[in-house]
Write a protein that binds this ligand. Sequence first.
Ligand code: PLP
Length: 399
Amino acid sequence: MTEPMGAVRQLPITYLDYAATSPLRAEALAAMEPFFGARFGNPSGSHGVAGDAKAALEEARDEMAELLGAAPGEVVFTGSGTEADNLAVLGALAARAAVNSAPGAVLCSAVEHHAVLESCHAAAKGVGNGRTLELRLAPVDPDGILDLQALEQLLGPEIALVSVMLANNETGAIEPLDSAAAIVRKHAPEALIHTDAVQAAPWMDLAAEAKAASLVSVSAHKFGGPKGVGALVVRRGAVIHPILYGGGQERELRSGTHNVAGVVGMAAALRVTYAQREMQQERVRMLRDRLAQGLLDKVEGTRLCTPLDRSLPGHCNIRFSGVQQEDLLVLLDQRGICASGGSACASGALEPSHVMLAMGLTPSESRSAVRFSLGYASSEADVTHALACVPEAVARLRK
Ligand code: PLP
């Protein structure tokens, strides 16, 4: 019997794809509910209903600012992490082009998320202001960590923006942002520093860890908030131009009627994430280590893409030699296990990952990697189920 269109497979599932998205936290849902009902106002208006929405929006802004180590006036709400990245890259480069006629250059690590990488490519082609500029990609080592010496070689006073993510979405590799920023300040003192903290936010204290960047992107759905809402911290002194024009919301930096429910849910989710951070870091790291070690022990021909001690607590990306990730993911899905092969993209197609290629893997090695990512609601039972199913599925594929 076929399932009706739109039917969702019944639980239980073993969800090991937190890096793609996380389940909505109960606290976020509860915080959002009134804004789908009586508190429906548009915060840009001037009457009482609007004022109520505006108060909720600003309360959420205060909360986000405190958690992110910023002033409330430095938080710009966006429609996603992708939009925050685009605003940072295109907005910073547009602002620089407006005051500096020299061509300039933009630099990012070779393992950035497509939201940063494609924004940089677009800016390099002159999208937005017709002024082309040079794009430089900083290489990473075989573990996926930024090569600081190579970064230094690529820097110069012509660099307008440097983007280095705090942690990678595919491997979980934690990038040396502070060291990179110190090198950038020395060799490219005019450059703005952006960090994509979308994957780091569930695990790291961004007030401390992202301090070196003047532009910081986050996305709610990675830490138990709703999808389709994010934020960009724009620290005082960092000048960027908008990429969306209209009603002038968000101090002219992001026009568009606010997603009040989304913003409120995001702040609630980040508050709980931060309150539980130390406990979850330890708990999830133990689960992840058990999963990774179990797979390395039970399945021959497996290798970690990034060592566990260099990656976020929830990530483990493993290569299974001789296995195609698509085939393994299908077998795992049939057994109720949700994992992924690198970054999710709109088409669902699994191209060889630019991250793995930058780490020096061949396209075929890159296609043998599967990312298991755990999060705040992951359990021992998830790990036990994965350890029971993955070795058997790999053995079946290798037969
Ligand atoms: N940056 C990183 C590192 C990500 O992992 C993602 C999402 O996968 C994004 C940006 C994009 O965020 P969003 O899904 O909110 O557009």
